[in-house]
Design a protein around this ligand. Structure first.
Ligand SMILES: *[C@@H]1O[C@H](CO)[C@@H](O)[C@H](O)[C@H]1NC(C)=O
Ligand SMILES: *[C@@H]1O[C@H](CO)[C@@H](O)[C@H](O)[C@H]1NC(C)=O
Ligand SMILES: *[C@@H]1O[C@H](CO)[C@@H](O)[C@H](O)[C@H]1NC(C)=O
Length: 160
């Protein structure tokens, strides 16, 4: 069973449409794709601008529909950004022969975490693990992300 948090009437209408869409379209195999909400797109752009990204891992973060950007998942019904998965997938084991300090450094995101993330009112998943924030303090505003259920800042060089 899915549990939805309804903040207002428009969310309710979207959910109703989605529900009807599911019944109507499931049998035809048609998938309804969510479209990004403009305010949330702007929040992600601000977030991106404050990050350093030497290997351009966030290069797909352009254009109107942020639900199509890599590492972003939107709720399939409402289009709200639900998940940001920025785990660095560079092979992690320092015992690995292929491990290269320079390459690893290049693959890391860093910089600052913009509090624009607070505009993502339905974000439940945020993974920043294996990046390098060079000892900046864990942002206080993380505590205000009310819908967050999963936060991973392991091996991301945060302090505090
Ligand atoms: C977040 O990004 C916006 C737009 O780029 C900028 O104006 C603002 O100062 C940033 N906020 C913080 C806390 O750095
Ligand atoms: C949206 O639907 C796709 C496939 O139908 C699924 O893989 C994905 O996990 C769903 N996303 C969310 C946030 O529920
Ligand atoms: C957090 O991220 C690390 C590194 O990516 C991973 O090994 C660990 O399993 C994650 N923790 C949880 C609780 O998912």
């Amino acid at each position: 069973m899915k549990i939805y948090h309804l903040n207002n009437i428009s969310d309710f209408l979207l959910l109703l449409l989605c529900f009807l869409g599911d019944i109507g379209l499931a049998s035809t195999g048609v998938k309804v794709k969510p479209i990004c909400i403009e305010e949330e797109r702007k929040a992600l752009v601000s977030f991106k601008e404050d990050l350093t990204d030497p290997s351009r891992r966030l290069s797909s973060w352009v254009g109107h529909d942020c639900c199509q950007w890599e590492r972003i998942s939107c709720n399939n019904c409402t289009g709200h950004v639900a998940k940001i998965d920025l785990r660095n997938t560079y092979p992690h084991s320092t015992a690995d022969e292929k491990w290269d300090d320079m390459e690893y450094e290049q693959s890391c995101l860093g910089g600052k975490i913009n509090s624009s993330l607070l505009s993502l009112k339905h974000l439940y998943y945020l993974d920043l693990s294996w990046n390098n924030f060079e000892g900046i303090h864990i942002p206080k505003f993380f505590g205000e992300l009310k819908t967050l259920r999963y936060l991973n800042i392991s091996f991301a060089v945060f302090a505090g």
